[in-house]
Design a protein around this ligand. Structure first.
Ligand code: GZL
Length: 311
């Protein structure tokens, strides 16, 4: 009888351990990824990077692709499933304190991918991203040099509530402030999308607004600006210079055509670093609070040197 009780107890204990931390009975790590719903090629490349790395590592990935409210619900679902860790690409900076607090209370580490949040640093393990202000400063320096310190600029803003947009603008304006001969005459959100970027530039042209340079916070909006300028009979890349951020393949193709002048790289290939740091956190190892992916500016002079020809 005693043997039977011991055997029963050990089976229960093993069964419990197998499901500790959300691990299925095959022992795989289970990770939830709350991705932003967005139609940019950059976002798709980022999602693919995370999925491919999960596949390579044999991690059971629960992928959710939604607007921010859906991201918050997804994180609560991941907590209910008792996943081992969470990757989050936060759509905007704010609104995360409560749900990140719930993840922390549940003992589930959260790694921020490609954007930052204004929540307290103890609620998330690390932010893995580019240095967006650096990207903005690099774009500003390029514009100042091309304009020889004199001219008019229009800015196509990303999502005004999103970390990369806020910092890309701050970095750019920091440089513009050094050149009294350069005037930023327009700044309007193109909501990261090519279609909205086109609409904004069409409206500027219809209003008779003439600029020397358009600075777009991402390549998608820059491609929209190119469409609008061409439709108005103008030569993008010549009549109006265009610089953007991301370095997606379509941007290098546009530089090759002479439509786009420059793009500042912002790597979406964050899967490997994301899982490396999340696994360290799950294992209780220390992780740096900010992990910055280095960027470089590519224009007509060096775009063919990019190691992958864009993302
Ligand atoms: C930046 C990323 C941005 C891209 C845009 O890390 O969050 O979101 O630069 C995308 O293309 O919309």
């Amino acid at each position: 009888m005693k043997r039977f009780i011991l055997l029963a107890l050990s089976i229960v204990l093993l069964g419990t351990l197998a499901f500790a931390g959300g691990q299925p009975d095959d022992g795989k790590l289970v990770v939830g990824f709350a991705q932003i719903k967005e139609d940019s090629p950059w976002r798709t490349t980022e999602t693919n990077s995370v999925q491919q790395e999960a596949e390579r590592l044999g991690i059971d990935l629960k992928l959710s692709v939604t607007e921010q409210d859906g991201q918050i619900s997804a994180i609560r679902d991941f907590i209910a499933q008792n996943v081992d860790g969470i990757l989050l690409a936060p759509q905007t900076r704010s609104g995360w304190n409560e749900v990140l607090g719930e993840a922390k209370d549940a003992g589930i580490p959260v790694v921020l991918l490609d954007r930052g949040v204004d929540a307290p640093e103890d609620l998330w393990v690390t932010q893995i991203s580019s240095d967006f202000a650096y990207e903005g400063r690099e774009a500003g320096k390029w514009v100042a040099e091309r304009l020889n310190g004199k001219g008019k600029v229009a800015e196509l803003y990303g999502d005004p509530a999103a970390d990369p947009a806020i910092l890309r603008s701050e970095g750019f304006m920091e440089i513009m402030a050094k050149y009294p001969g350069i005037e930023v005459v327009e700044s309007k959100t193109g909501e990261w999308s090519q279609d909205k970027g086109r609409q904004v530039v069409e409206a500027w042209l219809a209003a008779g607004i003439v600029v020397d340079v358009i600075y777009a916070h991402n390549d998608g909006m820059a491609l929209g600006a190119i469409d609008a300028l061409k439709a108005a009979g103008l030569n993008p890349g010549e009549d109006v210079l265009i610089i953007s951020v991301d370095a997606i393949k379509a941007a290098f193709e546009a530089i090759d055509r002479g439509d786009l002048n420059a793009t500042v790289e912002c790597s979406p290939l964050l899967g490997p670093l994301g899982f490396e740091m999340l696994t360290k956190a799950i294992n209780g190892e220390p992780v740096d609070k900010y992990i910055i992916n280095p960027d470089a500016l590519y224009d007509e002079s060096n775009y063919k040197d990019h190691p992958t020809g864009g993302f």
